[in-house]
Design a binder for this molecule. Structure first.
Ligand code: SAM
Length: 441
């Protein structure tokens, strides 16, 4: 195992990649989606935790085999699969959040641009006739979703949500599933900009002066038209590799990895053990577009996510065997009463249970000698530092993996509950899959 080295040395990728792999700005971390806001496909939906396409390309280039199959069990906005596709690799991605799974599939699909344009014209011709009932569509949604809201707060004006719902209804009436998915994703992308909230850190907060915002149905029309135009332009200009085969599995990677195809390389970033649930951040898209229709739907989705948060109290899973993890859990148990949630120590143990399970499965899916690159972030609760990278390195041998490289990628802030100051390391660990000596998972 090497010690921590400097961040990856990058060369711009020429040729097949098209514009997706533009030169990555030096000052932007490769493990954040900051540079993606301007890149084709990546700009469809801003995703803060996304890899830079350049990071994925660099991992694949280092693999040295030209092409193969890439596995990413935590797909997010789909950067691994999309970049792999542009470079002629096959890809298999798993994502539990159904809106994000749609986003990934929408980005990967091979479209007929004329069909996209025809369907957009159909939507525009029909949307005026749609008469959605907000009270029926959102009967079980949080009361704050639309005015009059609750306690004098609401996320959407009735005019905006009514027009969004009209588009939703019109899109869902299109006969072709890929067309429905494409336009649903574009509609999802304009929701936060037309809401009274902004995504901030781990949650949402109301915009200053939101009561003065007077967005109407015309703003929905204008924003959606811009989003659709630029997405169709991306599709028209793209040159994805024709032979590449990409699949998306929807659901819990902990269960679905067993059915994943054999891969040559794996690259992923799981949620970090920072007590925050990803599904909360994307709740607007999930409720407004009809992926969630009841509190039970929401609970089921949370249950299917990695145990990195305490929004849902689950039965603790046994922590895997690691001396560093044992010491960390002992220290957390000692400060348990000072933690903002008493469930944090059990969450941390369960988190590593999940990650060991995932690593073990991934090691069985990637051919021996192949590489598994995992980007993880540390956490801190009170004065207890959760050194995720160090613990995963201890867990590696039992999962059938050998650590070959460990690179610090950036320093992150600790959670707002802990003061929000910087000081948490994000690390890319490269493992090599060993010959099968461990039992099949
Ligand atoms: C850090 S993000 C991945 C970002 C991704 N690398 C990209 O470039 O966009 C982690 C993702 O894991 C997903 N996730 C959480 N629990 C999951 C589970 N049990 N199975 C599959 N995906 C899960 C979250 O919804 C989130 O999209």
């Amino acid at each position: 195992m090497q010690g921590q080295s400097s961040p990856m040395d990058l060369e711009p990728i020429e040729g097949v990649s098209g514009q997706l792999l533009e030169w990555h700005p030096d000052h932007v971390p490769l493990t954040t989606g900051q540079a993606g806001r301007q890149l084709p496909f990546q700009r469809w939906f801003p995703f803060k935790e996304a890899f830079a396409p350049q990071f994925v390309a660099d991992v694949l280039a280092r693999d040295g085999r030209g092409t193969g199959t890439l596995l990413d069990p935590f797909g997010g906005s789909g950067t691994s699969a999309l970049t792999a596709q542009h470079l002629g690799w096959n890809a298999h991605t798993i994502e539990v959040n159904p809106f994000l799974a749609d986003l990934i599939q929408a980005k990967l699909h091979a479209y007929d641009v004329a069909q996209l344009r025809r369907n957009w014209s159909t939507i525009l011709a029909r949307v005026g006739r749609a008469r959605p009932s907000l009270s029926r569509l959102y009967a079980q949604a949080p009361r704050t979703l639309v005015e009059p809201g609750e306690a004098d707060r609401w996320v959407f004006s009735a005019a905006v949500l009514r027009r969004v719902a009209a588009y939703r209804q019109t899109i869902e009436a299109l006969p072709d599933a890929a067309m429905r998915r494409f336009f649903r994703v574009q509609l999802g992308a304009i929701l936060v900009p037309l809401s009274h909230v902004v995504i901030s850190g781990k949650g949402r907060r109301y915009r200053r002066g939101w009561q003065q915002l007077n967005w109407t149905g015309a703003d929905v029309d204008a924003r959606l038209a811009r989003a659709v135009d630029s997405a169709i332009a991306d599709v028209a200009a793209a040159r994805p590799h024709a032979g590449s085969r990409c699949t998306v599995a929807r659901g819990d990677a902990r269960a679905l990895l067993a059915d994943a195809p054999v891969a040559d390389c794996a690259l992923f970033s799981p949620p970090y053990p920072n007590s925050f649930d990803y599904t909360d951040i994307y709740n607007l898209e999930l409720w407004v577009l009809g992926y969630l229709n009841s509190k039970d739907d929401n609970r089921r989705l949370r249950h299917a996510t990695v145990q990195s948060h305490v929004q849902l109290i689950r039965t603790a899973s046994p922590p895997p065997d690691s001396p560093q993890l044992t010491r960390c859990l002992q220290r957390l148990a000692r400060v348990r009463d000072q933690l903002w949630s008493p469930h944090i120590p059990a969450m941390v143990g369960s988190y590593f249970h999940d990650l060991a399970h995932v690593l073990h499965h991934v090691a069985w899916k990637v051919t021996p000698g192949g590489r598994v690159v995992v980007v993880v972030g540390d956490s801190r609760y009170e004065d207890v530092y959760v050194d995720v990278a160090a613990i995963l390195q201890e867990l590696a041998p039992a999962c059938g993996l050998r650590v070959t490289q460990c690179e610090a990628m950036r320093s992150m802030r600790v959670s707002p509950q802990q003061g929000g100051q910087p000081g948490l390391t994000e690390t890319a660990i490269t493992f090599t899959v060993q010959r099968r000596s461990t039992a099949a998972p």
